[in-house]
Design a protein around this ligand. Structure first.
Ligand SMILES: *[C@@H]1O[C@H](CO)[C@@H](O)[C@H](O)[C@H]1NC(C)=O
Ligand SMILES: *[C@@H]1O[C@H](CO)[C@@H](O)[C@H](O)[C@H]1NC(C)=O
Ligand SMILES: *[C@@H]1O[C@H](CO)[C@@H](O)[C@H](O)[C@H]1NC(C)=O
Ligand SMILES: CC(=O)N[C@H]1CO[C@H](CO)[C@@H](O)[C@@H]1O
Length: 579
């Protein structure tokens, strides 16, 4: 890591400085709602749409621009909504179409955009489409990826067509007794992959998008994009085996990491499909007016591919290709050099005229406060909100909610259930999916019922929204201050000037020419450090603390000497120059 210490002091000009439009999504502050766990209004222990409607004002008060909802469509809930059985209906546990319409109307009133989760890669095996496909209905016969498999020459037995492995472990091929063929499922067995080489599938999915756009949603967050296309069977007689990854950290041959996914992920056709969907939302906007409709894309993929999702120079793609660096490449042992390097890499590689974005948590990962340590809760939120571009916050991170231990018996996530009692915990996504902590009343004010679908955190009496809203100082107060701060020109359009001083200290400035100079100091480490900030930024004799972590020795509004600034352990601070 020593080599990074000599990385030159970089000033990164941002695409944002060249464009002067005022589109709502451009400096968006996005909030991910996991509807099942957000707020339950009918006492069944499962969150619902009326619960979202009830809490939209809360999101507005914090200052969010838009909320994206994990899937709310009809589903047998094998993968908690990522297995959709009817793309045109609301899941009954979550409410009715009327509830949905009320939610949209209320969101318009309050001024929050609603973005839906679009899950194009697969449907549920309970979908009419799949049932019709199993039964060989000519309209649906080729809606999914079916294959006879192959006969093992030695044993004479039928085997899956290839060695492809599911994300949730074991073969990605499942034998269907009725159709007497294998179907492909890159996730759970109950999530058959749709066949995007069939134009009827492409058309049907576009119909789904238009249906929800017509209901007034502001756009879509598109799930699991890299998996949409598989290699074209017409080019091979058989689906080819994927090469072994030889990854020594991979637990075993049943795991997805065992092979290299050259035939099942990131195929070039994927980008074309995203560009087609962008054309669809742009066309819809043109026809119907109002504000732009947006696409956010989820893809854990190579850096080069991420950038291609923005567009190829001719066609536009995703407005916000989620940047998962902080989920995949940064962890609680990363140094300040690692942070600086990843931030610079993304900003430098972005094409002109687009925005960066940073995703620190979601429903597939352990919670931010647990991953980075509770002491770093504010520090991480300070980082997220002061970097250029879009910030994406998973519900609860603004309160510093932590993972909840879920025993093997209580585990419901299919990704974990496919493992065993010794190894399920690492794979489990349940700990980050527990009910939102609203207040100190029973079940954290999530439900009036006496049961919840996942246990409520033991910590809810100390960590909850109401308490943090009332307290003069709290994670939520800091978060709100940051959200307001982001509306300043220096954060909206200013350049970032970033460097790591050592393994622990990350410093950067945000400034738009002619506007305020802000300096952010992040101490990742466990000991206090005194820094002469005037060596790096033209801070005069005094600077003012705008906001800082709860455990900081400074308080908001305090004037400090930038020549001898004390960065406390695990503390982040935003300063503004006083001239
Ligand atoms: C893994 O090892 C096998 C056999 O040695 C080789 O054929 C394959 O190309 C290797 N895979 C990768 C990704 O290097
Ligand atoms: C792509 O987006 C840019 C910026 O919004 C716009 O100027 C351009 O016309 C778009 N291109 C296409 C092909 O829609
Ligand atoms: C990193 O996180 C793990 C898991 O939460 C924890 O056990 C470990 O102590 C942390 N390490 C540091 C350096 O904070
Ligand atoms: C972050 C995210 O939305 N991940 C989803 C990706 O897709 C699979 C299958 O649809 C889901 O299980 C994940 O939750």
């Amino acid at each position: 890591m020593q080599t990074h210490a000599v990385v030159a002091f970089l000033v990164l000009a941002l695409g944002t400085t060249q464009i002067h439009s005022t589109e709502w999504w451009e400096n968006g502050n996005y909030y991910q709602i996991y509807p099942r766990s957000f707020r339950d209004t009918n006492g069944d222990g499962v969150g619902d749409l009326n619960g979202v409607t009830e809490k939209l004002q809360y999101l507005k008060d914090i200052g969010f621009t838009a909320a994206w909802l994990s899937p709310i469509f009809k589903s047998p809930m094998v993968d908690f909504g990522y297995d959709i059985s009817d793309f045109y209906q609301i899941h009954p546990e979550y409410g009715t179409m009327e509830d949905f319409e009320r939610m949209i109307a209320r969101a318009k009133e309050v001024g929050i955009k609603i973005i839906l989760d679009f899950v194009p890669n697969h449907s549920s095996d309970k979908s009419e489409w799949f049932i019709n496909s199993v039964n060989g209905d000519p309209d649906y016969k080729d809606f999914y990826i079916w294959h006879d498999g192959k006969i093992n020459e030695e044993t004479g037995e039928r085997e899956p067509p290839s060695n492809w492995i599911s994300e949730f472990r074991y073969s990605a091929w499942e034998w269907n007794e009725v159709r007497e063929q294998y179907y492909l499922h890159q996730f759970a067995v109950q999530q058959p992959d749709l066949n995007y080489r069939n134009p009827a599938v492409v058309e049907e999915m576009k119909r789904v998008l238009r249906f929800w756009l017509a209901k007034g949603v502001a756009g879509f967050r598109i799930d699991a994009v890299p998996y949409m296309f598989e290699v074209d069977l017409d080019r091979y007689n058989q689906y080819p085996d994927e090469p072994l990854s030889n990854d020594t950290t991979c637990p075993g041959s049943d795991d997805h990491c065992w092979t290299q996914h050259i035939y099942t992920q990131d195929l070039p056709e994927t980008f074309d499909m995203i560009y087609q969907w962008r054309e669809l939302v742009d066309d819809f906007h043109e026809e119907h007016g109002g504000d732009s409709r947006v696409l956010l894309t989820e893809a854990y993929t190579s850096f080069e591919n991420m950038i291609k999702f923005y567009g190829d120079g001719v066609r536009n793609g995703s407005h916000v290709p989620f940047n998962f660096d902080f989920l995949s490449n940064i962890n609680n042992v990363s140094t300040a050099h690692d942070y600086a390097e990843h931030i610079q890499k993304w900003i430098n590689a972005m094409p002109a005229g687009v925005y960066a974005n940073w995703v620190l948590g979601n429903h597939d990962n352990k919670r931010v406060a647990s991953r980075f340590g509770v002491q770093r809760t504010d520090l991480i939120n300070i980082l997220l909100q002061t970097l250029p571009g879009h910030a994406v916050t998973y519900n609860g991170e603004e309160l510093g909610m932590t993972d909840v231990y879920i025993s093997w018996e209580d585990t419901v996530d299919p990704n974990a259930c496919n493992a065993d009692p010794d190894t399920y915990y690492d794979r489990s996504r349940d700990p980050a999916r527990t009910p939102y902590q609203w207040d100190a009343s029973e079940n954290a004010g999530f439900t009036s019922g006496d049961q919840t679908w996942l246990p409520v955190s033991d910590e809810y009496k100390q960590i909850n929204a109401l308490q943090q809203m009332r307290a003069p100082q709290s994670h939520l107060q800091i978060f709100k201050k940051l959200v307001r701060l982001r509306k300043e020109p220096s954060f909206r359009q200013g350049a970032i000037n970033i460097q790591a001083l050592d393994d622990d200290i990350l410093i950067y400035s945000r400034q738009k020419t002619g506007s305020e100079l802000y300096v952010i100091v992040i101490n990742l480490g466990g000991s206090d450090k005194t820094i002469d900030l005037t060596k790096y930024y033209s801070l005069g004799g005094q600077a003012e603390v705008i906001t800082t972590s709860l455990q900081s020795k400074y308080i908001d509004g305090e004037l400090v000497d930038p020549k001898a600034f004390v960065a406390n352990a695990h503390v982040g601070t935003v300063l503004v120059a006083i001239n």
